[in-house]
Write a protein that binds this ligand. Structure first.
Ligand code: ASP
Length: 355
């Protein structure tokens, strides 16, 4: 009899605890984690092997590695893809954008985290920044060390990313990249180092904020248009226009520009010299392409500073577009989305001024 009473009390206590934690989970912000692969989901043979394979571990395993997430948010995971981000492609981008737009409409979702490889993180972040129409936090994260490595950087990056996604003050800051205790804006962030955990930088434009073990300090909001303010959309879009990036260097000729036109490029971005300059022969090919209706944007291979109009090249005369602050890979994304709406270089130049 006594045993039964004790058992009853234990059961009641357990039920109470369960209901309490269920109630707590109900009160926590709801964050959906969309996994796409990358080193964060990568595995190596040993804790210290440098070689590894990206995209080996599923979202459930990633989340199970960070049980502390339960204190920050009511998290659910979805596997969108599982690739090294060197294999990121338009198909996954469109799937990701559609899913984010769908989730963001739901009252049951407060924030979204995307796990992603670091190689093309800046491109996916900027693409989503232009086509996801919500002010709810969208936060990307990844890691430089695989999940099996000694001192793997993934778990704390996920923890911090969820903290940012769950925070109401993160709303309206566009797509962010959280890694190594820093919060970067999608427009500014670049990968700057091939192996170090401090790879992401936001040089000229600066950080959006800082996050230490889930404690966030915001410094700024992005000044260019993004997410809920964006006029670009991939609703119903099955294919994005082809835009090629052509690198410039000492004595570069126009052969690769001509080849891109032959391959059917609707736009060309040059990774130019200095303030977006091109050697004379390459410039001749670019001007010819622009005359033929291919929209040509001059960006630069220089990592910082902006490319201005009509500095050493007469953009007005040649019908070219200057990339301003966008590096070649980001300029390519804005141009691809712009080409869904227009081929007018003047309108596209205005887009470069506001996005
Ligand atoms: N190649 C990997 C990727 O981008 C690198 C990383 O995630 O750090 O998927």
């Amino acid at each position: 009899m006594k045993k039964r009473v004790i058992l009853g009390i234990v059961l009641l206590l357990c039920a109470g605890l369960f209901m309490q934690s269920a109630a707590l989970a109900k009160d926590l912000p709801k964050v959906v984690i969309l996994a796409t692969g990358g080193t964060i989901a990568g595995a190596a043979e040993t804790e210290t092997t440098a070689g590894y394979e990206s995209g080996q571990v599923g979202v459930d395993v990633l989340l199970a590695a960070v049980p502390e997430l339960a204190k920050l948010a009511d998290c659910t995971g979805e596997q969108i893809a599982n690739v090294g981000s060197q294999d990121m492609n338009d198909e996954i981008w469109l799937k990701l954008a559609h899913r984010i737009n769908e989730l963001a409409k739901s009252d049951d979702v407060d924030g979204i985290v995307i796990t992603h490889g670091t190689d093309t993180m800046e491109e996916t972040a900027y693409f989503l920044n232009l086509v996801c129409h919500t002010d709810k936090p969208i936060v990307m994260t990844g890691s430089m060390r695989p999940s099996t490595a000694m001192s793997a950087d993934g778990p704390l990056n996920i923890y911090n990313a969820v903290a940012v996604a769950a925070n109401a003050d993160s709303r309206g800051r566009g797509v962010m990249v959280v890694a190594n205790d820093e919060v970067h804006g999608a427009r500014s962030v670049i990968k700057s180092n091939t192996t170090e955990v401090s790879t992401f930088i936001s040089d000229d434009q600066g950080l959006i904020g800082n996050v230490r073990y889930g404690d966030i300090v915001f410094f700024r909001k992005p000044y260019a248009k993004h997410t809920h303010q964006s006029e670009f959309s991939v609703e119903g879009v099955k294919e994005l226009p082809r835009v090629d990036i052509i690198a410039m260097y000492e004595d570069a000729d126009g052969g690769l520009i001509d080849a891109a036109v032959k391959l059917g490029a609707k736009g060309i971005v040059t990774a130019g010299l200095g303030n977006g300059n091109l050697p004379a022969a390459a410039l001749e090919s670019l001007a010819k392409a622009a005359k033929g209706g291919v929209v040509c944007v001059r960006s630069t291979r220089v990592p910082t500073g902006l490319v201005g109009r009509n500095i050493e090249i007469d953009d007005d005369k040649l019908g070219l577009v200057a990339s301003y602050e966008l590096n070649p890979q980001k300029a390519r994304i804005l141009l691809r989305l712009a080409l869904l709406k227009t081929t007018d270089p003047k309108t596209i130049q205005d887009y470069f001024g506001s996005y």
